[in-house]
Design a protein around this ligand. Sequence first.
Ligand code: SF4
Length: 75
Amino acid sequence: MRHCKSCGHEQTINPDDYTDQAEHGISEKEQERRLKTCLSCSSLENYTCKHSGYIVSYIASRPDQHCSHPEGSKW
Ligand code: SF4
């Protein structure tokens, strides 16, 4: 169990989820693009998306995740 240092949110972390980008199939450039979008989004609170409840650095690194903005995905 890990705790977000900003908001105290608890989440179980599987080390296998943090393997290298080749295994994830998502590039570093794409992760950066997603994070930049999140960091300028009004739905971001304490590094967490208020729609999905996920810490954005986690979902931005995952090819099986997407932006869950109610007006349409931003990435
Ligand atoms: S709504 Fe989308 S862009 Fe905004 S913080 Fe959530 S995941 Fe990021």
